[in-house]
Design a protein around this ligand. Structure first.
Ligand code: APR
Length: 173
């Protein structure tokens, strides 16, 4: 599985699936969630309404991943995953963040996707330290055994984030 690191707008990527750093309400918000919903249009919001209707308490769970179609986006699917809100790293945040990546990869595989792009989940509003989050992201993806997936893109939103991912990817174990 190839792993790429870029700086860019995830809503523009022509991959099979993009991952959305969502909240448990799964109906949009700010940051990359807002950008994805804005670019996808109301069709995505309607998809998400249907999604939440089928969930217990009509809400998602942190660390889980939920696949929908992609509305007007160039990709085929959006995988919505609520990341953990960072407190101090001692309240299950690392495990929950790893689950976001693992479950998103699983959802993509269930649809036979060949490519997937991730934003830097939980490192914005949810306050996860960027380096810790990037290490969890890279190690979780590297540990995954793909069937259909051939390419994973870490779509950073700043050159600084891109540099963190590239440094971690080049580390010798
Ligand atoms: N493309 C790629 N990455 C983006 C884009 C974009 N268009 N817009 C923002 N980002 C980056 C941010 O710079 C950050 O690195 O996505 C990363 C995740 O930040 P947030 O979007 O704030 O997500 P998160 O920290 O997981 O918080 C999720 O914030 O926006 C709300 O509705 C969202 O409640 C949820 C919470």
């Amino acid at each position: 599985m190839d792993i790429e690191v870029i700086t860019g707008d995830i809503t523009k990527l022509e991959v099979d699936a993009i991952v959305n750093a969502a909240n448990c309400g799964l109906l949009g918000g700010g940051g990359v969630d807002g950008a994805i919903h804005y670019a996808a249009g109301k069709e995505l919001f309607e998809e998400c309404l249907k999604l939440v209707e089928g969930l217990p308490d009509h809400r998602g769970k942190t660390g889980q991943a939920y696949l929908t179609k992609a509305g007007r986006l160039p990709c085929k699917y959006v995988i919505h995953t609520p990341g953990p809100v960072y407190r101090d790293g001692q309240h299950g945040e690392p495990e929950l963040l790893a689950s976001c990546y693992e479950n998103s990869l699983r959802r993509a595989e269930e649809k036979g996707c060949a490519s997937i792009a991730f934003p830097c989940i939980s490192t914005g509003v949810y306050g996860y330290p960027k380096e810790d989050a990037a290490r969890i992201a890279v190690k979780t993806v590297q540990a995954f055994s793909p069937v259909s997936l051939q390419k994973v893109v870490f779509c950073c939103f700043s050159p600084g984030d891109e540099a963190i991912y590239k440094r971690i990817l080049n580390e010798k174990d």
